[in-house]
Design a protein around this ligand. Structure first.
Ligand code: A1D88
Length: 653
């Protein structure tokens, strides 16, 4: 939904970032003008947008035809034309301070005096760019990640003079295009995400340079033991070893010799065919899961956690913003502040102090905020507080989950699976949290539950395939309790599905009582493609919901079906357009919220259990339930309301 103060967005620079930003803005409904200095640059950018939109349309990820989005994008080489009517200007020119400053000085002459002026720089100080204009308070950083169409994160960065009003307007606009903004409240080098990724690559590089580790050992340990999506050397090869080298040089930091040697030899990573791995004759990163043994992962994580402490301690970002940033921007398996809290901040501090004493290198100097947390005994999850609060803090402990957002609003427990960077894939940790939430949440004030997926792509794309490596067959043979806990929860549970609902995600939706979907959603049990079968109740619930013929089609073929077929088959209660989705969910929720809690509880139990009982036993269960309810105040209220021709007010007694 367009932000109502912004209609037209000018994007300056039609390269990878510029055309990507133009594309996501147009997809969100904004009128966009894409400007570059040469007609062929603009034409290339526009063609790249067309190509990308067509790909999205093929994958059913556009709400409208690609041409309709393209119609909202104009192109020009004229700066004055580009910015004249824009309420938001986003500069995405090459990373050259002088160039950007000239551009800002020029565009200030042509742009409306109320227009927001943003730079998409990933490495230059916003303050230095803003100094080129007369009103630096309206300049902010909007740092998109590459490629913008795929990456959900945008850092919203304050320059020294940026006003709160401008930063908030930028933040709202980012939300309006369906991305996740995080505030970076001070103009620090690297902002949030690059501040944390520095030691992720740098520390293993020092360890290898000093003979304390091997390249494959570091990558294997960080990926297979600690769950990072890529090893540090693999990441350096992908981004270009020279990039990290120059960032360190510009910051006045020493460069680990192993990196400097690669730059001198012009072996810069994937782009040159050789880096830490061989991409020409070899197959690229070729480390094996068991090669990580003995690598000191704590040394690397302690340094990242120390960086996080500096960001929080110096009021650059909150722990929540940092954690969102590294999860969405780097694909970290959990926030780095959460990870610190789980490791124990006292342990982290001790590791830094030990290394500082042994090496005298100030890269291990603990930040005063880390010391402060430990002194205040806020050492993490076990202590009840660290970067984050745990336990009974606020909202009945509902805010203590890492991968779930849960809140009770007006009698409704609203649950969001929160791993959008992994399509809300159900990791063991997320399933444990679901189980914990549904086993412990108080039901007195609760009338129903909704479960949705975070982001705009998936309810859940299944079990976390990344975790299969470390799963023991014997563990997997135990039925995961989360699905049963949801299925037996004494209040009605609705799965609200917008996007992929696959594998274990489908199994979770099947464990819910009702399923409402948008038409763009798709459903499937793709486990067979991995050589597996559904393992969270899928075979049996599909059999019961769809019957043998359709269940076998889904499980044997592993294909996706669209929401309309899912509705026709009875897999979902309703499939509607996205515009009608929220209202339909609200109508279901209203009915359940106003309904008699005890009646609904008994109905759920009888329907769930009756299915597997003999008809005789099921009918007995039903009449016992009926009899039980007859004695309740809710039934008295229901009949009295009927007689008085008014709406009943059920109390659950
Ligand atoms: C007992 C139960 C067993 C199971 O449930 S087994 C798992 C069953 N599920 C699946 O097999 C689905 C796997 N996912 C997919 O096939 C595709 O994804 C989609 C069709 C859902 C979407 O495809 P596209 O639009 O091309 O997106 P993308 O780049 O593949 O996914 C975006 C990011 O999400 C991660 N991801 C998606 N599904 C899973 C998953 N199930 N487990 C772990 N990660 C997942 C990807 O890897 C990637 O991440 P990055 O951006 O870092 O490359």
């Amino acid at each position: 939904m367009p932000d109502d103060t912004i209609d037209r967005v000018a994007v300056l620079g039609a390269g990878n970032m510029g055309h990507g930003i133009a594309e996501v803005a147009a997809m969100a409904g904004y009128n966009v003008v894409l400007r570059d200095i040469e007609p062929e640059y603009v034409a290339d950018g526009y063609e790249s947008i067309r190509w990308s939109l067509e790909k999205l349309a093929e994958r059913d990820r556009l709400d409208e035809p690609a041409d309709a989005v393209l119609e909202r994008i104009e192109t020009t080489t004229d700066l004055a034309d580009a910015v004249a009517d824009a309420e938001l200007v986003i500069e995405a020119a090459p990373e050259n301070l002088e160039l950007k400053r000239e551009l800002f000085a020029d565009l200030e002459r042509f742009a409306d005096e109320d227009a927001l002026l943003a730079t998409n720089t990933s490495s230059l100080p916003i303050t230095d760019v803003a100094a080129a204009v007369d009103s630096p308070e309206r300049v902010l950083g909007l740092h998109f990640f590459n490629p913008p169409v795929k990456m959900d994160l945008v850092e919203v960065i304050y320059g020294a003079e940026t006003s709160d009003e401008v930063a908030e307007a930028g933040h709202d606009w980012v939300e309006s295009i369906g991305k996740t903004p995080i505030y970076v409240r001070k103009d620090v080098r690297g902002f949030v995400v690059n501040t944390i990724v520095g030691p992720f690559v740098g520390e293993p590089a020092w360890m290898v340079s000093e003979g304390d580790a091997e390249i494959r050992q570091a990558d294997a340990a960080m990926v297979h033991e600690r769950g990072y999506p890529m090893g540090p050397f693999e990441l350096a090869d992908l981004t270009g070893i020279d990039v990290g080298y120059h960032v360190r040089k510009e910051a006045g930091d020493d460069v680990p010799p192993v990196m400097a040697e690669k730059v001198e030899a012009e072996e810069l990573g994937k782009k040159t065919g050789t880096g830490f791995y061989d991409y020409e004759d070899g197959a690229g990163p070729d480390y094996e899961p068991d090669q990580g043994e003995g690598f000191d992962t704590l040394q690397v994580e302690a340094r990242m956690i120390n960086r996080a402490a500096s960001l929080v301690g110096e009021d650059v970002a909150t722990p929540e913003a940092i954690d969102t940033g590294v999860r969405l921007g780097l694909g970290f398996p959990e926030g780095i502040c959460r990870r610190g809290d789980r490791l124990g901040l006292d342990r982290v501090l001790q590791k830094l102090e030990t290394e500082l004493e042994a090496t005298g290198d100030d890269r291990f100097e603990p930040h005063p905020y880390l010391r402060e947390l430990v002194t205040e005994r806020k050492t993490g999850e076990d202590a009840g507080a660290g970067f984050h609060e745990y336990g009974d803090g606020g909202d009945d402990g509902l805010d203590s989950y890492r991968y779930l957002n849960a809140a009770i609003e007006d009698g409704v427990l609203e649950v969001e699976l929160d791993r959008p960077e992994r399509m809300n894939a159900l990791s063991t940790a997320l399933l444990d949290e679901i189980d914990d939430l549904f086993s412990t949440v108080g039901t007195d004030e609760l009338r129903c539950v909704t479960i949705e997926g975070a982001g705009d792509r998936a309810f859940s794309a299944g079990a976390d395939i990344g975790g299969f490596d470390s799963l023991e067959p014997t563990d997997a043979m135990d039925v995961t309790p989360a699905f049963e806990t949801v299925n037996e929860f004494p209040r009605p549970v609705i799965a609200t599905v917008d996007g992929y609902c696959l594998g274990a995600g489908l199994e979770l939706a099947l464990a819910c009582d009702l399923r409402i979907a948008t038409k763009r959603s798709s459903f499937g049990a793709p486990e067979i493609g991995l050589g597996l079968i559904p393992g969270g109740g899928g075979t049996q619930r599909l059999l019961r919901v769809l019957g043998e013929t359709r269940a076998k089609e889904l499980v044997f073929r592993g294909n996706h079906i669209d929401a309309e077929r899912a509705e026709a088959w009875g897999l979902v209660n309703r499939a509607v357009d996205r515009e009608a989705f929220d209202d339909l969910v609200a109508a279901f929720v209203d009915d359940l919220r106003e309904g008699p809690p005890l009646g609904l509880e008994v109905a759920k139990k009888v329907l769930n259990r009756g299915e597997d009982a003999s008809l005789e036993a099921a009918l007995t269960m039903e009449s016992q339930g009926f009899g039980l309810l007859l004695g309740t105040e809710d039934v008295r209220e229901g009949t009295a309301a009927f007689a008085a021709d008014r709406e009943p007010e059920f109390e659950g007694r």
